[in-house]
Design a protein around this ligand. Structure first.
Ligand code: FES
Length: 201
C-alpha cells in the first residue's frame, strides 16, 4: 500500500482538532461527575425522599408503610427525587427513621413529624458512632459504643450516657403519600470539634 506523506502541519492540525473535540466531549462528563459528587456529599435538602441505607432493600424508596409504630429505627439516606442521586457521599447524611405513637410526641416533634414518623441524624454526638441500637422497653435509641441513650419522642434528648447533645432532627412532610424532608438538620450533626464543619463548608 502506498504510504501517504502528509505535511507535518496537516497532521498537527488534525491532532489538535482531535484534542479539542476530546476535551469538548470530556468536559460535560467531568462536569456532570463533579456535580453528582457534590450532590452526593450535600446535606439533606427540602424535598429529598429516603432510601434504605443498607440490607436487602438498599437503595429502595422508604414509604410510611415501611415504618411500624415503636419498631426499631431504619437507617436511611436522603435521595434527590429529580436526579435519583443518593446523598451517601458522607455518613453524616445518614438518617434514622422511625414511627412513634403521635400521642407520645412532644409538641415540637409532632410539628416535625408525619403521622408519628420522625427523622434524626444517625451519628452519635459523643464520638460519632452509628446510633444503631434500640431499647424496645424504653423506646429509646441507644448508641452501642458508650451506651448513650436518646429519647426520640422528645427531640432525641440525651437521657443517659456521655453524649453531650441531642441528635439533630430533620423535619418531615408528606406529599401524595411520599415521605420527604421539609428542611435541613436543626443543629450540628455528629461529633463536633471546635472550628470544624463536618460537611466541610
Ligand atoms: S459514640 Fe455514642 S456513646 Fe460514645
Amino acid at each position: 500500500m502506498k504510504k501517504i506523506d502528509r505535511p507535518r502541519s496537516t497532521v498537527k492540525r488534525r491532532d489538535t482538532l482531535k484534542a479539542i473535540l476530546g476535551i469538548g466531549l470530556g468536559l460535560p462528563l467531568a462536569k456532570r461527575a463533579a456535580s453528582n459528587e457534590a450532590a452526593m456529599n450535600a446535606p439533606p435538602q427540602i424535598g429529598d425522599v429516603f432510601v434504605f441505607a443498607f440490607g436487602e432493600r438498599e437503595g429502595e424508596r422508604i414509604g410510611p408503610d415501611d415504618l411500624s409504630t415503636d419498631a426499631r429505627q431504619i437507617f436511611a439516606y436522603p435521595m434527590d427525587p429529580a436526579t435519583g442521586v443518593i446523598r451517601k457521599g458522607s455518613r453524616l447524611n445518614q438518617v434514622l427513621l422511625l414511627r412513634i405513637d403521635p400521642a407520645r410526641l412532644s409538641e415540637r416533634m409532632r410539628s416535625r413529624s408525619v403521622d408519628g414518623i420522625l427523622a434524626y441524624s444517625a451519628v452519635c454526638t459523643h464520638t460519632g458512632c452509628d446510633v444503631a441500637d434500640w431499647d424496645a422497653e424504653t423506646l429509646r435509641f441507644q448508641c452501642p459504643c458508650h451506651d448513650s441513650q436518646f429519647d426520640p419522642a422528645d427531640g432525641a434528648r440525651v437521657v443517659g450516657g456521655p453524649a453531650p447533645r441531642p441528635l439533630a432532627s430533620l423535619p418531615l412532610k408528606s406529599e401524595n403519600e411520599v415521605l420527604a424532608a421539609a428542611g435541613g438538620f436543626d443543629g450540628p450533626v455528629g461529633f463536633q470539634q471546635p472550628g470544624l464543619d463536618p460537611f466541610g463548608f
